[in-house]
Design a protein around this ligand. Structure first.
Ligand SMILES: NC(=O)c1ccc[n+]([C@@H]2O[C@H](COP(=O)([O-])OP(=O)(O)OC[C@H]3O[C@@H](n4cnc5c(N)ncnc54)[C@H](O)[C@@H]3O)[C@@H](O)[C@H]2O)c1
Length: 271
């Protein structure tokens, strides 16, 4: 490791994962710490935030766990206040929370549409709202928003209309912030991961396999379908998302602003 985030304070929102293994946020928090950042690990599940902070500390890094619901204004304000009280600055904001809900416009309920937008879009707006004034005072900062290739592609199959639309909104929010804050030394970029093998996918495969006659075979089938869909023959991992986040968060990306970085092994160039 080369200290690419040395002396920086990074807030990773959604720093846990929904099950055992390595999600995008957990990999990102650990990667930032390995590169020298102090990492404020935020998750709505305290245990998930603590697990990630514990992994960082075990490796000799610096971290603090914090429980917050990023879709609530008061909760986000407490999160930012707590990080400022602890370390006095915020150099990097990594917005990683995200949920999905299946269905097209006809099948999806209004409540589910709203829930997806609250978690996937409003949370990114709220964290930016509270962190930008701090970055502005510092005269520098980098925001990394985790979007998805679902923001630019809707392959035939299971419908995820709210997820697609919410990630499209994340892209637009990213570009708008990038434009508005460029002259203040603040950059805002997004990552569009493709099919990544994270605990979220294990959970979905588990759901799919539940009730099938041969559970293990059904589970493996779902994973194999996703692997085959990637031009590389394998899904990506949380580490691929983390390495892209590291570049965008670091000073090496000093002139990269308003970029939507696709990390998908080439799926979108084929489809
Ligand atoms: N896994 C993929 O294939 C894939 C592909 C494209 C984009 N993404 C995006 O990557 C991000 C992370 O995905 P993952 O697969 O690592 O998922 P994950 O569910 O394992 O991790 C997300 C974490 O965010 C937390 N979280 C959820 N809502 C929250 C809230 N309101 N406040 C605070 N914390 C909250 C969860 O508790 C969880 O620990 C999401 O934005 C997702 O849309 C994932």
């Amino acid at each position: 490791m080369t200290g690419r985030l040395k002396d920086k304070v990074a807030v990773v929102v959604g720093a846990g994962s929904i099950g055992p293994g390595w999600g995008n946020g957990k990999c990102t928090a650990v990667t930032f710490a390995r590169e020298g950042a102090k990492v404020f690990c935020v998750d709505r599940k305290r245990a998930a935030a603590e697990e990630t902070a514990g992994l960082i500390e075990k490796e000799g890094g610096t971290a603090m766990a914090f429980e917050a619901d990023a879709s609530r204004n008061g909760s986000v304000k407490s999160m930012v206040d707590a990080c400022m009280a602890k370390w006095g600055r915020i150099d990097v904001l990594d917005n990683n929370v995200g949920i999905g809900s299946t269905g097209g416009p006809v099948e999806l309920s209004e409540d589910d549409w709203q829930r997806v937008f609250d978690v996937n879009v409003k949370s990114f707006f709220l964290t930016a709202k509270h962190v930008l004034p701090i970055m502005e005072k510092q005269g520098a900062g980098a925001i990394v928003n985790v979007s998805s290739i679902a923001s630019i592609r809707s392959p035939k199959g299971i419908a995820y209309v709210a997820y697609n639309a919410s990630k499209g909104a994340v892209n637009s929010l990213t570009l708008a912030i990038a434009s508005q804050y460029a002259e203040k030394g603040i950059r805002c970029n997004a990552i569009l991961p493709g099919l990544m093998h994270t605990p979220m996918i294990d959970f979905l495969a588990e759901q799919y396999a539940k009730g099938e006659k041969d559970h293990n075979q059904a589970y493996d089938r779902m994973i194999a379908i996703r692997d085959r869909a990637s031009p590389t023959g394998k899904m990506g991992t949380g580490w691929d998302t983390a390495n892209a986040a590291l570049f965008l968060a670091s000073d090496e990306a000093a002139y990269v602003n308003g970029h939507l970085l696709v990390v998908d092994g080439g799926i979108t160039v084929r489809a």
